[in-house]
Design a binder for this molecule. Structure first.
Ligand SMILES: Cc1cc2nc3c(=O)[nH]c(=O)nc-3n(C[C@H](O)[C@H](O)[C@H](O)COP(=O)(O)O)c2cc1C
Length: 216
């Protein structure tokens, strides 16, 4: 099976990778990564991190930086059914992605409300259950020395409780990030760039070890 001939989402999302790895990562020409940043602030350090992660992702990764964050409504007690259009589109997009990359700011040692809303919307147990078994990579950036590590830990916990498979937390937590971002919003720091590149290699190894072997 190649890209463009994907199986229906309901067959893919709820299957734990350790039970049927071939279904989690069907043979593919590229690895589709959806990147979401938890900040819409102009000059966001985390957006700079997301864009740099996209830049450094080696083939066969293709990283889309999703930009609908500002449109996402708050989750309410009705759980929003029918889902607001932006949420429905996001849920479908995440379900279709091979890997979800969440880049989170840290506020008061925790996840910003915007990121929490996104994860709560994604975690609602209705088809296509976008977080079920979804491989997720976490990154963060902050001006302090911990680089958003507390937010990542909380986000990882939240995601695991929602059924996602967190492939990486704390591998990329860019401390003193304001010192590493240039005027064009590019993360230029050598060390964080090295960490990002290394993390992509690990994710690639993971994906390749789970992908379907196509008979010649
Ligand atoms: C209310 C508030 C609380 C914050 N708390 C933390 C914190 O606990 N840890 C931290 O590393 N940075 C904290 N910060 C600083 C943010 O990490 C910083 O503003 C960062 O640039 C936000 O991410 P962004 O640049 O992607 O928008 C806080 C900022 C605000 C406004």
């Amino acid at each position: 099976m190649v890209r463009g001939e994907r199986e229906p989402a309901e067959f893919r999302t709820p299957v734990p990778p350790h039970i049927c790895p071939a279904i989690r990562f069907p043979a593919m020409e590229y690895i589709d990564v959806l990147g979401i940043c938890g900040s819409v602030r102009a000059g966001s350090l985390n957006r700079a991190l997301l864009l740099t992660a996209r830049e450094l992702a080696p083939a066969p990764f293709r990283v889309e930086a999703w930009d609908g964050n500002a449109e996402v409504p708050r989750v309410d007690a009705t759980m929003g059914r029918p889902f607001p259009p932006v949420v429905a589109a996001l849920r479908d997009r995440v379900a279709a992605a091979d890997v979800l990359l969440l880049v989170t700011p840290e506020l008061n040692r925790s996840i910003p409300g915007a990121m929490k809303d996104i994860v709560d919307w994604l975690g609602i147990l209705a088809p296509p259950r976008p977080l079920a078994g979804k491989p997720v990579v976490l990154m963060s950036a902050s001006p302090n020395r911990f680089g958003g590590a507390f937010a990542q830990l909380q986000l990882a916990d939240l995601l695991r409780r929602s059924g996602a498979e967190v492939l990486s937390d704390l591998d990329v937590a860019v401390g003193y990030a304001h010192r590493h971002v240039d005027d064009h919003g590019v993360l230029v720091g050598e060390e964080p760039r090295h960490d990002i590149a290394e993390l992509w290699q690990r994710v690639l190894t993971h994906v390749q070890s789970h992908r379907q072997v196509v008979p010649a």
